[in-house]
Structure formats: structure tokens, C-alpha cells
Design a protein around this ligand. Sequence first.
Ligand SMILES: [Zn+2]
Length: 80
Amino acid sequence: MISVSLISLISYFLCVPLTIIMILWLYDDEKSYLKKAVPTQKTMCECDICLYHFTADKEEKFVRCPQCGNLMERKGAKRK
Ligand SMILES: [Zn+2]
């Protein structure tokens, strides 16, 4: 007959469910992170004067800084 100590049984019945819960928790956390990532048509811009960072539409050639109101040409904009 196989003899199993009480400590081994208790540790087994504690560790296995906790490991399963941890794996499910990490999997669910990863799924919720992927849901938050939304593809967008906006890119990051930096103001030449106040160095404020903001997002602007990819198609806009000229963007206005929301912090200081500076109108500037977007770097890397496609020229037509
Ligand atoms: Zn600015």
C-alpha cells in the first residue's frame, strides 16, 4: 500500500488549485490587455516650441499644438 503523509496531501490540495487559479488569472489578464489595444489612425506628435506630446491624425499635414496653439507641419507626413 502506498503511504502518503498528511502534510503531502494538504500541500497537494493547496498547491494544485492555487496554481490553476494563477494560470487562469494570468491568461485572463493577458486577454483583457489585448482587448484594450485599439488600432488607430493617429500618431504621436511633438510640438517644436513647448515640446508637448499629443496625438494627431495621420492624414493631417499641419497640426496645431493643444498646449500652446503653435501650427506646425507634421514630421514624416506624406507630401502630395
Ligand atoms: Zn506647443
